[in-house]
Design a protein around this ligand. Sequence first.
Ligand code: SF4
Length: 337
Amino acid sequence: MADGGAGGIGRLLVRLPNWLGDLMLARPLLHALRHHHPRAELCAVAPAGLLDLIGAEGVVDRSEAWPGAGSARRALAARLRAWGPDAALVLPPSFSSAWFAWRCGARVRVGYRHEARGPLLTHALRRRARGDLHLHTEYLALGAVLGVDPGATPILALPRRAAIEAGAVLERRGVSSGRHALLGPGALYGPAKRWGIARFAELGRRLVSDGRSVLVCGSAAERDTCEAVARAVGRGATPLAGETGLLAQAALCAGSAVAVCNDSGLAHLSAAVGAPTVVLFGSTSSAWTSPLGPRVRVVQKPPVCSPCFRRTCAIGYRCLEAITVDDVARACAEIAA
Ligand code: SF4
């Protein structure tokens, strides 16, 4: 390996997750890599929509957008092969990600065994059952192959332009300054992660009656859901789905007195910037993927069938139905105190 950093790693390629939530759970690994290999050149590969956020961390030296399959991906692999990575960490479980690391010419390629991709990896780790380890610990185990120890993970610091953009959005929508509450009623995964519009709306009305303005946030794909919640809350609620980039969305989270979200990327983003975050779990496992941050409260009432990891439910979404507005309002009061 090139002798550019501790442990003999000069250039390290990290294929990061495709989902915002999983990316936030990869932050401890990124910080540990930076700490352990201060002089190594770190290159992150991730979907284009996540690159701003990765850049804001300031822990990688370059980042590349993960292209769609085909010639663009082959061209990126060729470019990175010329750069000459000593090692590659492959966080997504896909065959294509391992193939990419192999095409980039990294001599050491570390990832979990999955989809018959073992031969493409020099270190194909066996993965334990989902939830035996938290996902961020699973990611850190990949770094451990390179001798990297876990360390402290700071809250996600944002560039000044994020707060400026967030402030401009609030001004444009006539939301007065002062600490707002944020609701994230969407979850692209499916209805088995969504607590429901009526209950989010009831919670929103309580927050408004406590004197908060309420921002209902999500991606552009969640606009209908966010608008329905805001309409049902009425005066004091503002739907903002799809109206900001990720950095400004993170700034809106950071300015929140409390954020209440389904188990979604928004919950992870809110937790990462240090906002008091209440996250509601349905079919998935909080032991595996609860958000990381200094002020996180999980609300989960798992029936015997949980976690099933299903996107839809044939038996009535008991895991979500069991969570009452009182439960969530109590969690909000506790975490915001
Ligand atoms: S099967 Fe159980 S855990 Fe899965 S979505 Fe339905 S109620 Fe929830």
